[in-house]
Design a protein around this ligand. Structure first.
Ligand code: GRG
Length: 308
């Protein structure tokens, strides 16, 4: 699919091939992740097989792609951004493994395969998630850091996004909202933490790996925040409009679990408008990049139009 990102439609640049961008980054991210993780044969092999099972189960790699695209937008190279992209993907995968556990969403399928606990058992799935979370911090701690962003700041960035004020807070609020009627503002609170925080962190880390200016980091933060919210609204829409086969996970679970979602609160059409509005705000945040953020723009548009 070739997309001419909004705002660049009149530029002399050719259309940006976002699918090619994603396919190439996915290969490189997979190779880097493979290098960071202990091999499947490393003892105790069960845990390393379990970690690798979910990590290489075929995720879309959107967070690493956003991280690498943000680095490029700031004039950075891919190599220094890659460990950070991988660290974020490890945290994301851990959150999916735990989210699928019987004590949480109790899901049998993820990324088109049986969930981690279905294959390795609940205890091992908890440990695989824990180990991936820990792995992310090991990868980040090994980064040398950058002049404006010493490695302590990088580690703090990840810890903040994954901790009890963001990712975990979102999951707590999500669990506590099940079966209850909640307001749009409460739903926004959940989405900001459960989804937007880690996407935003991926984008910010990409900028940091290019030693970007404070102003650019601010612009990336606004971009990541809005793209992250749009991502979750689209996720909620897909849950009611797509099949389990297409999504690679059980569709229709939100309705069944009486989860608060945008489609449930405002309906499908309004939800689509909200996602488009959020994406357009994300585009707006990239103005100061003057055409250098072409990959970020294309990814934001891709995420809005995605069907899985
Ligand atoms: C600490 C026990 C314990 C659990 C933590 C934090 C957490 C559980 C769960 C996070 C909640 C969560 C799954 C948020 C949803 C974010 C989201 C829409 C994920 C799907 O992302 P995609 O579509 O997935 O990018 P792929 O598989 O393509 O990577």
């Amino acid at each position: 699919m070739s997309i001419t990102p909004k705002g660049l439609a009149s530029s002399r640049r050719g259309p940006f091939d976002v699918q090619e961008f994603l396919a190439i980054r996915t290969l490189r991210v997979n190779k880097a992740l493979d290098g960071f993780l202990p091999s499947a044969r490393t003892s105790p092999s069960t845990i390393h097989r379990a970690m690798r099972y979910s990590l290489f189960a075929g995720g879309k790699r959107m967070r690493p792609a956003l991280c690498l695209a943000a680095a490029a937008a700031c004039g950075g190279e891919e190599a220094p951004a890659m460990p950070l992209a991988c660290a974020v993907e490890c945290i994301h995968t851990y959150s999916l493994i735990h989210d699928d556990l019987p004590a949480m969403d109790n899901d049998d399928y993820r990324r088109g395969k049986l969930t981690n606990h279905k294959v390795f058992g609940e205890g091992m799935a908890v440990l695989a998630g824990d180990a991936l979370l820990t792995q992310a911090f090991e990868i980040a701690a090994r980064c040398k850091g950058w002049r404006q962003y010493p490695h302590q700041k990088i580690v703090l960035e990840l810890a903040h996004a994954a901790g009890s004020l963001q990712l975990i807070a979102g999951q707590v609020a999500d669990l506590e909202a099940e079966g209850k009627k909640i307001s749009g503002a409460q739903l926004r609170f959940i989405h900001e933490r459960k989804t937007s925080a880690l996407l935003c962190c991926a984008v910010r880390l990409g900028g940091m790996s290019a030693n970007c200016s404070r102003a650019k980091l601010g612009a990336l933060t606004a971009f990541g925040y809005h793209v992250g919210l749009a991502f979750q609204v689209i996720d909620d829409i897909l849950d009611v409009t797509q099949t389990s086969e297409k999504l690679g996970k059980t569709a229709g679970k939100d309705t069944k679990a009486q989860k608060a979602t945008y489609p449930a609160i405002v309906g499908l059409e309004e939800s689509r408008k909200i996602a488009a509005r959020l994406t357009s705000r994300a585009f707006g945040a990239l103005k100061s990049f003057r055409g250098k953020a072409v990959a970020l723009e294309a990814l934001a548009e891709f995420l809005l139009r995605r069907d899985r």
